[in-house]
Design a protein around this ligand. Sequence first.
Ligand code: B3K
Ligand code: ZN
Length: 857
Amino acid sequence: FVSIRREDYMPFPWLVPQVAMDFALGLDETRVVTTLTVERNPAAEASKTIRLNGDEIVPVEVTVDGEGWSDWCMDGDDLLVTLPGAAHTIAVTTHIAPAANTKLMGLYASDGMLCTQCEAEGFRRIAFFPDRPDVLSTYRVRMSGDREAFPVLLCNGNLEAEGEDGEAHWAEWHDPWPKPSYLFALVAGQLVANSDSFTTMGGREVALNIWVRDGDLPRTGHAMESLKKSMKWDEEVFGREYDLDLFNIVAVSDFNMGAMENKGLNVFNTKYVLADEETATDGDFDGIEAVIAHEYFHNWSGNRVTCRDWFQLSLKEGFTVLRDQLFSQDMGSAPVKRIEDVRILRGVQFPEDSGPLAHPIRPDSYQEISNFYTSTIYNKGAEVIRMMRTMAGPERFRAGTDLYFERHDGEAATCEDFVRAMEDGAGLDLKQFRLWYAQAGTPKVTARLEHSGDTATLHLSQHVPATPGQPDKKPMPIPLKLALYDRDSRERGAEQLVVLDGEELTLGYPGFATRPVLSINRGFSAPIVVEREVSSDELVFLATHDDDPFARYEALQELVVRHLKAGASGTLSAEARQEGELAVADAMAAVLADSDLDDLMRGELLLLPSETYVAETMERADPAVIHAERQGLRASLARALETEFLALYERAAAVPFAMSAEAKGARKVKTQALAYLAAAFPDRAAEMAFAQYASADNMTDRQGALMVLTGLDVVERTNALIDFYNRYQGNALVIDKWFALQASSMHPHCLEHVRALADHRDFTLKNPNRVRSLYMAFAANPHAFHAADGEGYRMIADLILALDPINPQTASRFVPPLGRWRRIEPGRSALMKAQLERLAAADLSRDTAEQVSRSLG
Ligand code: B3K
Ligand code: ZN
């Protein structure tokens, strides 16, 4: 497989201003005639041939300017047509087999309907085309098909005409906005719509439809509300107005990702559309709101301004993630949302950035672009833009984004274009800041506070670790929000924004008679690791008194991580262990008692750092030891705070169901209290959990109770699992939960459970949601995945080998967990590596082969 390099970018020699497509739809065979008007691109080197990308399609017929044409040849999967002049019309016929398309890229069948996924390179599975994001065209699409099988016919843009033709019917769609092929979409099937409308700030009335299967209509209300909120918010906060009279969303059950922002016709995984309180958790509701917003926001950041090439992916993804994060902050609790986002970043992106797959947010090369839809591109990309916003402030940031949209509307832009617009519009000097786009790796900042006389001195230094292909790094500008607390009065000095842009920086603070307490990287102002010299005592102070919610959370996390690491080192005396537990218990007691905290925030503070996160702070981790330490701490906290957890449970359980922040917070802390109690008092907790399970009037409570039960070796576990399955049989999204709960459980026999579930009649490799619900949950469950005998690794490698021929894009996503081998203790490490080598010896797809070879490299 060949590597594509960013520096090799060349504009395409041809422009394709117009595309006309004619689809004769069928599940087993769809015939497509694609007509391109092409003309020489004056901005590119002239060429007599035009390369039209293809993938698993053959040209049935080729015409140029209406005449049968023989001056073409195949170059691998691509069609090369030789053209005599400077402007022509090329028509190519292809026949495709949607029902046989298990890769779910291009045109495929899901549940009897036809739908498409084209990003990044799926359009070439439908039609021969310059399938690259810098070729923008307007599309006119005619589609015809059986009226009964495909009563609803949808495409991008506006419906211009429709009609009947015997058993068949047809529709003609026209999208006036030029777009790259990856934003093309077509859907045909038996669908019903939840219809509504939105009037834009300019007075345009937009028809909104959310298309689903007949029975699912009652579960589309939240998605529709989320869409309208997103449209309004993007007008108010970013000045962005919608630009068509129609906005369609379609929910499909077989989908490789979460959703797709096709112009005017977003296609969604059902998981991010369907919800009601009976079948979806509070977390699911939040996820839907965020993904609906994200895809909608792409209409500007992605569609109106698109990417020049796939190396610029973070231009649209990082920016759009930031936009959806800010939206969710405004819709609910801003501090809680910030903490959740940091948790995702540190749980997924930090490990990526410190492992063999580390890459900058603007990568330099790839073999398969699907492998670069990563947490680095998305979540770190969002953090990088967030730092610009922090440095500029919201108003100047807005001036920067306004300028960006104005300058590049209708263009395929680069990350460099975005940075330049920020410099000019927001008035920032980003010369050195550009390194954030080019250098991979999570910077480490060391903070040391000295105190003598009446002056405190802060010594900051930074180090960016080596990553594959980047042994030496330059220092980057790191915006740090910080403040000093007077220990005695508990008063905070002014919050300061310091940009650490060299290797080192020293700052002096006079006026402190006693040593102050440093609060640093407040609000997580930079995506870095902070190593600070701080006593447990000071961490308890910050965990209790810091007025920055993130800093408070962070202090508590650090206190716990420190304790767990000390325990895991094996050198902790019984006395020191007890002392450590006491300090954590004191801090947790303060969290439980603090009446100024709302429960959503309390729930965040009560969460122990994940085993993955703890492992990430170590050079080489022993997952079994970390698991035992964390479970041990949980049990000791439950014993120390038994009365408090019981009281919390009772208070929260008395709050009736509502979608308010208060009620959501109550549900969150209720299940957390239960999970703590289960660690120390399994029998009592099992009883409570079963009662919660049986009497639940919503999925959050029911799933929470089942989660606790699934981790316990009690009879209630089996009963609840059977009940849950029977109760929700036939509801795929809820049955996904049933699989995922068992695969992510704390139960000592989790691995055997997963093995048995793989043979369950509801398990299939053909549906990505189902595959992820079993195996991704398992691979993210350290104590089970890292079974000492290596059976967890073998299970994932077996899965990859079985799934790769069916759906390579989803299969390759299971390689990174094995790729962590260098950071795991030697015994397990060898077993992980052996599975990677086993994979490397097999005949793999480009997707999976790339991830395996990078993971071993
Ligand atoms: N842009 C799509 C991602 C498609 C990935 C295809 N491999 C979803 C999103 O980020 O909004
Ligand atoms: Zn996106």
